[in-house]
Design a protein around this ligand. Sequence first.
Ligand code: R5P
Length: 295
Amino acid sequence: MKPLILPLFGHDALAASIASGLDAEMGSVSLRHFPDGESHVRLDSNVVQREVIAVANLHDPDAKLAPLLFAADAARELGANRVGLIAPYLPYMRQDTRFAPGEAISSRSFARVLSGTVDWLLTIDPHLHRFNALDELYTRPNRVVHAAPLLSAWIAANVASPLLIGPDAESRQWVAEVAAGAGAPFLVLDKVRHGDRDVAVSVPEVAQWRGHTPVLVDDIISTGRTMIETIDHLRAAGMKAPVCLGVHAVFAGDAHAALMAAGAAAVLSCNSIPHASNRLDVSASLVQAARAMLA
Ligand code: R5P
């Protein structure tokens, strides 16, 4: 029997592409709230003896965790062989330590709950900083898809004389890979975060790169402050307006508009989180990885 894709939380276009690539059937789940705010979940598709794959946009995750848990449990109780999860954006990965006394290490708790909910997990470029691999957090089989080849190809095809700029030391390996794929030089900056919207980024040494087009690359664009700070430095140095490329378009509040207003020539992202800036399609990479999970 064909695998069954269950789209959750409005990522239907991506779910449909994945279903088509896997030759799977598109299922449906009805989600609503009772008058008291509790979640009501109903599977509208037959899951008996099937590989069920939930495709879930987990950006802004708190209200989604309970319905995801209920849907996965229902699928298993109703006879699914396994319930896998494709979460193109994996949230809470940045809360990977106790930055101040008493703080919750949310990435650990979130991983513990998800690991108890699904049989396998597939995601795109999770923010791995203090943890080196998902296996340090997630106890279920998992696979990570890397967006670097997509970013490299887009840059090579669309930007003349690109100079890639990564925002912080932990992005070095990733930015180096994107740059190598695009055949472009790269710089990596130093970043210090003082607060949610208070970021200091070192001044890039761009004297030898005048005439190049800066391409700021990051895994997540959230408040946009990291990129805005960098743009300010580049403008002061007389560089061209940069292209901003993020894998995950979190864009908290007015971050996207603020980034454009700061002087970005263009802002682009992958479709791991639905957003107007989505230009790079991750579905083929997810299909390939999902095939391996199902094998
Ligand atoms: C964290 O280190 C990430 O790689 C990003 O640099 C960060 O999430 C960007 O956040 P913001 O857009 O709020 O500056």
